[in-house]
Design a protein around this ligand. Structure first.
Ligand SMILES: C[S@@+](CC[C@H](N)C(=O)[O-])C[C@H]1O[C@@H](n2cnc3c(N)ncnc32)[C@H](O)[C@@H]1O
Length: 306
């Protein structure tokens, strides 16, 4: 339903402009990002939430069966909509506790949702509102997010992941539930959906692309678990902190797995983490910064001790 609403058609009409100018078609059409637009249009927001619940109806059982949730104590559903996925997982795992995290206007609706309020679930499902670009609830053993990272570009996705990393228990996990685009030109639902995500400024990703944003958020992709629906569960854990290899150099952090750092530092960081030498960029525009060292999970600005 939400893909064929008038506000989406208006955004699709800006596809050519978006491709030519490199701008987000939805922004060109409406002047605000999609979730801000929905906040301003409560009827569309309601329909969007109910459509997500409806789409999820076929996916939730496959996701709940596709991962060993029984090994967890607390599962946080980051931007879990009206809560049907979390409720399905809680129902299948009677000892598990859940936290449904969403924007305030959506949490208000989720509180009345039949899934979340169902017998046997309500007492184990906390509702919490907030903004995942600010923070997410602390203390989860795992942070699941279905159809979330595909809404956002890499920079914002890294921010969401980094906030999960900062909030999780030791040995915590992120469980990203999205399409994982297969290599080559085989047809796939995710490839079609990718064009819809382009319209709103998001994207579907390959396994390597997930690995890259995980790395930039201080996480390590551990495995991709297929499910009996088109979505996969991309699992990540905290990347190992820098080890002893930096002894002998004085280090000063340039940021804890996320902005703010200057764009040039960010460029250098990406260049180094993904294989460059830090002295030049593909377009030759990078300044030569003070010496950087590469390590497994983060990049630190270093000064050699005199
Ligand atoms: C595509 S929906 C996915 C919902 C749910 N996970 C599902 O699969 O049905 C994206 C969700 O992200 C939420 N969202 C968008 N921006 C957010 C923010 N800044 N903080 C928290 N949630 C946000 C929206 O309210 C929306 O419910």
């Amino acid at each position: 339903m939400m893909m064929v609403e008038n506000y989406m058609f208006d955004a699709w009409n800006q596809l050519l402009h978006g491709v030519k100018a490199g701008e987000v078609p939805f922004l060109k059409a409406h002047g605000v990002p999609i979730f801000e637009y929905l906040e301003q249009h409560p009827e569309d927001l309601q329909l969007f939430g109910e459509s997500m619940t409806s789409v999820s109806g076929t996916e939730n059982p496959a996701i709940a069966a596709g991962y060993k949730f029984s090994a967890l104590r607390t599962l946080v559903d980051v931007a879990g909509g009206h809560g049907s996925l979390l409720a399905t997982i809680l129902k299948a795992n009677p000892k598990l506790r859940g936290v449904l995290f969403e924007q305030p206007s959506v949490i208000a609706r989720a509180g009345k949702d039949q899934h979340v309020t169902a017998k046997g679930i309500a007492g184990r499902c906390m509702l919490e509102s907030g903004d995942f670009f600010e923070s997410v609830p602390k203390g989860g053993d795992a942070y699941i997010m279905k159809y979330i990272l595909h809404d956002w570009d890499d920079e914002r996705s890294v921010k969401i992941l980094a906030n999960c990393r900062a909030a999780m228990n030791e040995n915590g996990k992120v469980l990203v539930v999205d399409n994982v685009i297969s290599p080559g030109n085989d047809p796939g639902w995710g490839k079609l959906l990718d064009i819809n995500m382009l319209i709103i400024g998001g994207r579907e990703r390959t396994k390597n692309e997930f690995a890259a944003i995980f790395r930039d958020a201080g996480l390590k992709l551990t495995r991709v678990v297929p499910t009996k629906c088109p979505l996969s569960i991309v699992e990540g854990v905290q990347a190992r902190r820098p080890g002893r290899e930096n002894r002998g150099v004085e280090t000063q952090s340039v940021g804890m797995f996320g902005p703010p750092w200057s764009p040039s530092v960010d460029l250098c960081r990406k260049e180094l983490l993904h294989g460059g030498d830090g002295q030049s960029s593909r377009n030759g525009s990078l300044p030569v910064l003070p010496q950087f060292v590469r390590n497994r999970s983060n990049l630190r600005l270093t000064r050699t001790k005199k």
